[in-house]
Structures are given as C-alpha cells and as structure tokens.
Design a protein around this ligand. Structure first.
Ligand code: GDP
Ligand code: MG
Length: 174
C-alpha cells in the first residue's frame, strides 16, 4: 500500500570493489535478508531498494550494484553520478582486493567526490582465512578518512549496521 512508500529521503548508495569480494551478497542480505553461496556473478539488476528508519527519519536507500563490469574496470561515470554514499568492499581473506581499494577510491574521487564513504572488510565469518590484518586496514581507513567496519554477508546484523552507519553519515549533513 502507498502508505508504506512514504519516506523522508531517497539516497543513492553504491557498492564497489573487486569482483567476488561479496558486493552482490551484501546487497542481497541488506535488501532481502538472504545469503547464497552460489551467488550469480552477474544478475543484471541495476539497483535494489531498502527503506530504513534512523532516529525519526525514514530513508529509502537505492543501492546500486555494478553487475559485473568491475571485472573489466569499466564501471561507467553514470553509475557514480548522484551517489551520496559508497561502500567500498574488500575480501578480508584476499590481499589483492584490499590493495585495489585505492583504485576504487580514485574512481570515487573522480566521479562522486562528495559522497560519504565506508570501507567494509567482508567475509569476516572466515577468521582462519584472514589475510588482511585488522590494524593495517584500520590504519589505512584513518589515513584516507574512511569510516571502517567489519562484516559478513552471511550476517544480517553486521550488514544492516554497515549500511545504517553510511546512511547516518549522509543524514548528518542534511
Ligand atoms: P561480487 O562479485 O563482489 O558481487 O561477489 P558475490 O556477492 O558474487 O560473492 C562472491 C562469492 O563470495 C560468492 O560465492 C558468495 O557466496 C561469497 N561470499 C560473499 N560474501 C561472503 C561472506 O561474507 N562470507 C563468505 N563465507 N562468503 C561470501
Ligand atoms: Mg556481483
């Protein structure tokens, strides 16, 4: 019913990062509360929406997925246009994906420089496989002025908390 569609703000949010770090999985957990181990690499959907309440504000989050273009580093400027918040994801079990965070940060600085940013260390449900030390990631995040969270796409609480943190940063400027 229409009454459920009421919101105070509509925010365009992006999830970026290397292929297979868990971007689509994080979005599916946040927007549909589900996780799949055989996540299809490309599903062709541009964005999902999720409406959340923060304090007394209702925010409709329009969350854009790269739909696979990140493999070829060919994410277009239109993907970034108008984004108010970006989750930059790396896989805590795969060093290369952390090293490539700088590439994604450069893209953001070029195409949506005023967006609020959150660095997300994903797959923390696999602590024995951790390859990126927590202190290294935290130090990098501080240097680059990024909010930082650890999460697992398997865990709704951590995922909701991450997106709520990013949304709160945007709301704080409104
Ligand atoms: P994308 O290419 O960045 O969109 O990554 P996907 O969401 O397609 O995930 C790639 C693979 O990693 C899939 O097999 C997922 O099931 C798996 N995956 C994603 N997030 C997590 C996580 O937090 N923990 C674990 N154990 N696996 C994950
Ligand atoms: Mg994907």
């Amino acid at each position: 019913p229409l009454v459920d569609e009421r919101y105070d703000y509509l925010f365009k949010l992006l999830v970026v990062g290397d292929s297979a770090v868990g971007k689509t999985s994080l979005l599916q957990q946040f927007c549909f509360e589900r996780f799949s181990l055989d996540q299809k690499s490309t599903i062709g959907v541009e964005f999902y929406t999720k409406t959340i309440a923060i304090a007394d504000q209702v925010v409709k989050c329009q969350c854009w997925d790269t739909a696979g273009q990140e493999r070829y580093r060919s994410v277009t400027p239109s993907f970034y246009r108008g984004a108010l918040g970006v989750v930059i994801v790396y896989d805590s079990t795969f060093v290369k994906s952390f090293e490539n965070v700088q590439f994604w940060l450069n893209q953001i600085q070029q195409y949506c420089p005023s967006a609020k940013l959150l660095l997300l260390s994903n797959k923390t449900d696999l602590p024995d496989l951790r390859a990126v030390p927590l202190d290294v990631a935290q130090t990098y995040a501080e240097e680059q002025n990024l909010a930082f969270v650890e999460a697992s796409a398997k865990d709704l609480t951590s995922v909701t908390s991450a997106f709520t943190t990013l949304t709160s940063l945007i709301l704080a400027d409104k």
